[in-house]
Design a protein around this ligand. Structure first.
Ligand code: HEM
Ligand code: NAG
Ligand code: NAG
Length: 469
């Protein structure tokens, strides 16, 4: 014990010394008159990481904003950073001066997803990949998927309503994964789908673990699963190329891509972008769907009104098949606003990271080169100046559109979410079937928030589904 604490204090001492020296150097480098934003950097090395993780992160960010204002500095996860909680600052970083900031992720995570995935990139490669992803998930393409998404929704709901208590978040993940696979590959046979699902679930278990590459660790297993995913994707690609299927889905577009010199994408670039999209699509959509259930459950009057809207749509269609059409999904204003309000209230992507590519001056403050910059979406979404009584769940507030840059559940600018239309469409389709044919009750308490790392209700929201008709 004694030795441990001696080592601990010596380390802290060394770190302090080091950061003192570095800090002096840093000071000399910046000749500009701008000063660093207010804020506290916490302990040497670890900074305020512990506070951010032991306190409710929302409380951490909100109390900082209260104390220092909309721009403040801190030190988390080993990096000095500037946090920004105003719409203007978010616009500056993500849109108007986006060229001064680059996306940044830990190398260990980049390796798991695949370094060629579009969200790690800027410039020409990013623009090309982004265009391709946007085309693949545009409303013109995704509207053709409605019957298939509907089939998936119906079969998921059927399997949940077997009298057993389910973990809503895990159930929603299954749905979001299947929709992801559908929109990436079109129809994919069961063997490949299962292999992808099994290996992907091993991959994601290592994503938030310590990146230790020793056999037996979750991170190592995760890397091995990533390799197997490459094999599976390779097989699928070879099959599609042999059959010369030029399909209007993401894989089809990746295979048909030619740059200005006529070069095609490498197998690795194709695989990394596919895994990247699956990763971006699954937990985000699943956690929002889970929150929607929780919010509706806490507002019985609203739940009745939303059910009314969905039942009216069901009954407006004569005939037996009653499949949803694109036009029908555009006639769900209340359900749509429930989705928008859930995206605001839950703010599942509470913030994002960028890195200053050079010294940047903003509002008289200096953001030094290499510092992380974090636009805080959640703080903006919960600012009473933009959303009155932000703690209330009130879909009707979206009868008036929010002010520019006050509502960014899908981010903004060059890296804004290209999957947002698909995400909203699949949520509408699932909700349509859930609200017209099922009842659900929550089991146990669900008042705490769990971070997975996205916020979700405690225990993934345990619930029991029953078929009504
Ligand atoms: C409700 C569900 C979703 C939410 C809340 C969400 C949110 C976001 C946000 C905030 C970003 C921007 C991150 C940043 O600027 O650093 C983003 C990027 C991205 N999202 Fe989504 N997303 C969702 C669903 C999806 C789906 C279904 C797909 C795919 C079909 C998808 C694919 C992507 C991709 C590929 C990027 C990276 C874009 C780029 O870097 O250019 N997302 N998402
Ligand atoms: C993962 O993928 C491989 C093919 O590369 C497959 O044989 C295996 O069944 C999949 N699932 C698991 C859990 O490894
Ligand atoms: C309903 O579905 C069946 C089988 O899928 C099909 O044969 C029939 O034409 C459909 N009816 C309508 C009114 O669309």
């Amino acid at each position: 014990m004694k030795l441990c604490s001696t080592i601990f204090y010596s380390l802290i001492f060394l770190c302090s010394l080091l950061s003192y020296i570095l800090f002096k150097k840093e000071k000399r480098r910046h000749k500009s008159r701008a000063r660093l934003p207010p804020g506290s950097m916490g302990w040497p090395c670890i900074g305020e990481t512990l506070q951010m993780y032991t306190q409710d992160p929302n409380v951490f960010f909100a109390s900082k904003q209260k104390r220092y204002g909309d721009i403040f500095k801190t030190h988390v996860l080993g990096y000095p950073c500037v946090m920004l909680a105003s719409p203007e600052a978010a616009r500056f970083v993500l849109v108007s001066h986006a060229h001064l900031f680059k996306p940044t992720y830990p190398k260990s995570k980049e390796k798991l997803i695949g370094p060629s995935a579009l969200f790690f990139h800027t410039g020409n490669y990013h623009a090309c990949m982004r265009k391709l992803v946007q085309t693949s998930f545009s409303p013109e393409v995704t509207r053709k998927l409605i019957p298939d998404i509907e089939r998936l929704a119906v079969s998921c709901l059927e399997s949940w309503a077997n009298g057993q208590v389910i973990n809503t978040f895990l159930a929603m993940k299954k749905f979001a994964f299947e929709v992801g696979v559908l929109s990436i590959f079109g129809q994919l046979n069961k063997k490949y789908t299962d292999e992808l699902k099994e290996n992907y679930s091993i991959l994601e278990k290592g994503y938030n673990c310590f990146p230790l590459k020793l056999p037996g660790t979750a991170y190592h297993k995760s890397l091995m699963a990533r390799k197997r995913l490459n094999q599976i994707l390779g097989e699928i690609v070879r099959e599609r190329m042999e059959n010369k299927l030029s399909a209007n889905n993401l894989l089809g577009h990746l295979l048909n891509f030619r740059d200005e010199k006529g070069n095609i994408l490498s197998e690795e670039q194709i695989a990394d972008n596919i895994i990247g999209v699956l990763f971006a699509a699954q937990d985000t959509t699943a956690s929002v769907l889970t929150w929607i259930l929780k919010y509706l459950n806490g507002n019985p009057k609203l739940l009745d009104a939303v059910k009314g809207e969905q039942k009216a749509i069901l009954e407006s269609e004569c005939g037996e098949n009653r499949s949803l059409t694109w036009a029908m999904t555009r006639k769900m204003p209340l359900t749509y606003r429930v989705i928008l309000e859930s995206l605001r209230k839950a703010s599942v992507i509470s913030f994002t990271f960028r890195e200053a590519a050079e010294d940047v001056e903003y509002e008289g403050y200096l953001i030094p080169k290499g510092w992380k910059v974090m636009p805080l979406f959640r703080n903006i979404h919960h600012n009473p100046e933009f959303f009155a009584e932000p703690g209330n769940f009130d879909p009707f507030r979206f009868e008036n559109p929010p002010k520019p840059y006050t509502y960014m559940p899908f981010g903004s600018g060059q890296h804004a979410c290209p999957g947002n239309e698909l995400a909203k469409l699949e949520m509408l389709i699932l909700l349509h079937h859930m609200l017209t044919k099922y009842r659900w009750e929550l089991v146990g308490s669900a008042n705490l928030i769990q971070y997975s790392p996205f916020p979700i209700p405690e225990n993934g929201l345990r619930a029991r589904f029953k078929k009504e008709i």
